[in-house]
Design a protein around this ligand. Structure first.
Ligand code: NAP
Length: 271
């Protein structure tokens, strides 16, 4: 079965945080191809609009009749007041959200403990942990009231295994893992599903952000191996969403074939 034609995605409403780039953008386009409607969130309005246009075009080109409606909301998930006001920005015909993809996140720096900037610690926790929790808190009430829903959290290999230089980022992603585990257990007596996607190396703007705009430092992360693409992770997210309602992919750990851990990768090949 092609995931692009999965009838389980047709007409579903999917809210994706961090949809202006990388994994979130690729996920938006794939859900649109599958006939879902989209609520796309990010801080940068222009790239978000471009993703929305690409998703509408992908839906049109797919020939799928249902879904394909897209709204964008400029929103910083780390700002609790903005998250609290989210419902007021969601158009009434998009209010029955079926799937929440908590994807917004970032890493800042590779400094050792003692030298990590407070501003980097704050930024990583505010978005990766507090933002994810705030958005989930808001939507889970609605999911429970309607006795339906799927929360898909984008964690990381960094939440499973720490590495030197990644202290605060690894801690933030370990928090995502812990939070996802608690939620999974809390909704065990409901049809609500909870999935955590744990990617290894994915080539997106992620490393450019981590190295504060230094593209050559970012490129070195992927030296000598073929990293995952944003589309690879989007496929896992959409695959999890398209499983039958009684199937919950609780954790999906996805690595490039030449990566075995955060610090063990075979770099003998070429990209
Ligand atoms: N790339 C990897 O190797 C990798 C590996 C494992 C896990 N991950 C995780 O995958 C997720 C997506 O990362 P990516 O690789 O796609 O990176 P990316 O290309 O840098 O995209 C990150 C997205 O998050 C958004 N974002 C960041 N902070 C935000 C905030 N406070 N509020 C709302 N949106 C925010 C960004 O949009 P704006 O700047 O417009 O807000 C952007 O759309 C992250 O959670 C990351 O930790 C990535």
């Amino acid at each position: 079965m092609s995931i692009f034609n999965a009838s389980r995605l047709l007409g579903k409403t999917v809210l994706i945080t961090g949809a202006s780039a990388g994994i979130g953008a690729a996920t938006a386009i794939l859900f649109a191809k599958g006939g879902s409607n989209l609520i796309l969130l990010a801080r940068r309005a222009d790239p978000l609009e471009k993703v929305a246009e690409a998703a509408r075009a992908a839906h049109k080109a797919s020939g799928v009749q249902q879904g394909g409606a897209v709204v964008t909301i400029q929103l910083d998930v780390s700002d609790r007041a903005q998250v609290a006001a989210l419902w007021s920005k969601v158009p009434s015909n998009f209010r029955n959200i079926d799937i929440l993809v908590n994807n917004a996140g970032s890493a800042h720096g590779l400094d050792q403990v003692g030298d990590v900037l407070d501003s980097d610690i704050d930024a990583m926790f505010a978005t990766n942990v507090f933002g994810l929790i705030s958005v989930t808190q808001l939507l889970i009430k609605d999911f429970k009231a309607r006795n339906t829903g799927h929360v898909i959290n984008v964690g990381s290999i960094a939440g499973r295994e720490s590495y030197a230089g990644g202290s605060a980022y690894c801690a933030s992603k370990a928090a995502v893992r812990a939070f996802s585990g608690s939620l999974l257990r809390e909704v065990v007596n409901t049809p609500i599903r909870v999935t955590e996607i744990q990617p290894g190396m994915v080539e997106t703007e992620f490393s450019i952000v981590r190295f504060r705009g230094d593209k050559s430092a970012a490129d070195k992360v992927y030296d000598g191996l073929l990293p995952l693409t944003a589309e690879d992770i989007a496929e896992e997210i959409v695959w999890a969403a398209a499983r039958p309602p009684h199937v919950n992919l609780a954790e999906v750990y996805v690595l490039p074939v030449n990566q075995a851990s955060p610090t063990l990768a075979f770099r003998g090949g070429s990209k």
